[in-house]
Ligand binder design. Structure first.
Ligand code: TXA
Ligand code: MG
Length: 325
């Protein structure tokens, strides 16, 4: 099990940041909170450290990682930002937006982290602990979500320990993450901004800054523009049934809103993403509740959830959960 630090205790928090920076410096793995989900962090410049991420996650090596930096200036040393990218960075960093950008030849980023692509995914996390680690380590940090490949992303340190405890040197526990969905990933096709992955920053906010609609990614289901968007991702072991308007015998219920459907009283288990019907609250609860229901039943019925705002990313993750076994 990793050295775990409860970040709510100031003395432990200081020790945890120092331990995390030391672990990163020696090429070891750190579990750290961001505002979206917990990340599995390593030195993005080191092939050996990045290889340890892939090994720990059991992740296909063609799937490139997000590089986390402290500020937009650091991003500019690794990649070239177009005018549109600069505008998005100014509006949303730090925050739950990842930009896929042309990498500089002398970026110093491991080719393993970018899976040999000539682009690199970068974001500036909006979390005090992630920022403190980046400052103390003084390096770009590669960090995919800290789950085993194919599992749902972790929103608590307990999820990280359950999936990857043996592989991590240091785990920083800052409680549940605020947003609960991974960052929105935006790439560029010439002048057009492309939504590669819906996530914690809603489409409308990005389109308002761009003054243009986000394009849909090219590519196919087998070869998506963003390699991580293969359908079988984020999957619980249980069978997931979407848009459920009733609960079948043996199913657990993932509910949304105040009114439960017929059969809810005999559900194997019930978790409500947001009794008030709020998609932001639902996003924060989604992965933890999927994990909890997955442990209790081998079938999960999911009530309809509106697709507005963060609902687009919720719908994306649920579709993958339903298709992904
Ligand atoms: O919120 C998040 O983004 C979390 C936290 C820890 O920051 N990280 C995360 O990383 O979700 P990961 O590795 O699970 O997802 C990275 C996504 C994948 O869909 C991957 O394919 C895409 O970003 N990606 C990374 N580099 C890319 C590139 N050069 N071109 C296209 N897509 C890229
Ligand atoms: Mg992931």
């Amino acid at each position: 099990m990793p050295e775990t630090y409860l970040m709510s205790n100031p003395a432990r928090a200081r020790a945890g940041i120092a331990a995390a920076a030391a672990a990163l410096a020696r090429g070891a793995l750190v579990g750290l909170p961001t505002e979206t989900v917990y990340g599995l962090a390593a030195d993005a410049r080191s092939d050996r450290a990045v290889a340890a991420i892939f090994a720990a996650k059991g992740r296909p090596q063609f799937n490139p990682l997000i590089v986390h930096v402290a500020a937009a200036d650091d991003a500019g040393r690794i990649a070239r930002l177009s005018a549109a990218a600069e505008r998005l960075a100014a509006a949303f960093w730090p925050g739950p937006l990842t930009l896929v950008l042309p990498r500089r030849r002398a970026s110093g980023i491991s080719d393993l982290a970018t899976a040999g692509l000539d682009t690199v995914a970068i974001r500036v996390p909006d979390h005090a602990v992630a920022q403190a680690v980046l400052a103390a380590a003084a390096m770009p940090v590669a960090a995919p979500s800290a789950n085993r490949s194919g599992h749902v992303s972790p929103t608590t340190a307990g999820h990280v320990a359950a999936d990857l405890g043996d592989a991590i040197a240091v785990l920083l526990d800052a409680g549940p993450t605020g947003i609960g969905l991974e960052s929105t990933v935006v790439g560029f096709d010439g002048d057009r901004a492309v939504l590669l992955r819906p996530g914690g920053l809603p489409r409308d906010a990005i389109e308002a800054v761009l003054g243009a609609a986000l394009a849909a990614p090219g590519g196919t289901a087998d070869r998506p523009a963003s390699p991580g968007m293969l359908a079988k991702h984020y999957a619980p072991a249980a069978r997931v049934r979407l848009e459920a308007t009733d609960v079948q015998p043996g199913e657990a219920l993932l509910a949304f809103g105040p009114a439960l459907p017929p059969g809810a009283d005999r559900a194997a288990s019930v978790a409500n993403l947001s009794p008030a019907g709020d998609v932001v609250e639902a996003a924060a609860n989604l992965f933890a509740m999927l994990r909890a229901l997955d442990a209790k039943s081998d079938a999960i019925a999911v009530m309809p959830i509106p697709h507005e705002g963060l609902g687009e990313a919720i719908a994306d993750r649920l579709r993958r959960a339903a298709e992904g076994r």
